[in-house]
Design a protein around this ligand. Sequence first.
Ligand code: FAD
Length: 286
Amino acid sequence: MKISDIYGNKKTVFSLEVFPPKKTDSVEAIYSTLDGLKNISPDFISVTYGAGGNVADVKTRSIAEIIKKEYNIESMAHLTCVSTSEKDAELILKDFSYHGIENILALRGDINPERPPKKDFCYASDLASYIKRKGYFDVGGACYPEGHTEAASIDEDIVNLKKKVDAGVSFLISQLFFDNDFFFAFSDKVRKAGIDVPVSAGIMPVTNKKQIERMVTMCGASIPQDLAKILSKYADDPDSLTEAGIEYAWRQIESLIRGGVRGIHLYTMNNPVIAIKIYHGIKDLL
Ligand code: FAD
C-alpha cells in the first residue's frame, strides 16, 4: 500500500523507524525487534539506509521486505543518494520493486568529507524526481523543524523543501525535536510556503543521556529547559531517566496530536520495550 493512501485514510498516522543490525550481525537479528513491535499495530515501519554504501544498504531492502511479507505491516525503505550513481539507483529501484517495496524515503545523506559525493544526485529532490519518473513508488522526504544544519536559515531550508515536494515527495517525516514550539512554527511556515503534503513529527524518547547528547550534536536539535532538568536530575539513574523520558515523550506527542499533527514517527532505536510503552500511553489519542 502507498503511504500517501494511509495518510488519506487516517487522522493521525503512527509509524516506527528501525535500523539494520550492525555489520557483524545478520539480518535475522531484526526479528527480536520486529516481534516486539508487531503488537502495537504501526501504520508503517521505515528502515534506515547507510549513506556510504556499506553492508547496511543491502540489509535495508531485506528488512523492509520482511516487515511487509512476514509481519503484514506496510514498510518504507530509506534510500540515500550522496554516494549513489544513477546506474546504482536504477539497480536498487529494480531490486526494491521486484521485492514488493512500494515506499521510499528519498534522502541525500550526510556528506562525508573523506568520500567525495557522486555527481548524479546533488540533493534529495534530484533523487525524488528520478524515483518518481520510474512511476511505481510513493516517495517521502525528510524535513527539519529547526532547519537543516547546512541551511543558512529555516526560511532558506523551507524554500529548498518546497523544491523537494515539487519534485514528487508526497509526505514528509521530520527530524527529531524536543520542543514542540519549533514544530508548530515550522508547520505554519511550511503551509505559508505552499507545501500541503502531510508532515509526521519525529519523536525520539530520551532514555540514555549519552545517546541523546550524540544525536543532538549530530542533528542540532535544541534541548528545552524542562528536558535539560530531567537529564541532569537522572544523570546517574538510568531507570528513572527512562521513566521520565517516556513521560516526556507522551506529553510531547499528546500536545502534537491536540495541535493537529498528521503523523507521529517514533525513532525506536530498535528497542521494542520503549516503543510499546510509548504506544500504550498514546494509543487512545491516535
Ligand atoms: P536535502 O533535502 O537534499 O537537503 C540537504 C541540504 O541541502 C539542506 O540544507 C537543504 O536546505 C539544501 N538543499 C536541498 N535542496 C537544495 C537545492 N535545490 N539547492 C540548494 N540547496 C538545497 N541519513 C542516512 O544516512 N540514512 C537514513 O536512513 C536517514 N534517514 C533519515 C530519516 C529522517 C526522517 C531524517 C529527518 C533524516 C534522515 N537521515 C538519514 C539524515 C539525512 O540524510 C541528513 O539529514 C542529510 O544531511 C540531509 O538529507 P536530506 O534528504 O534532508 O537532504
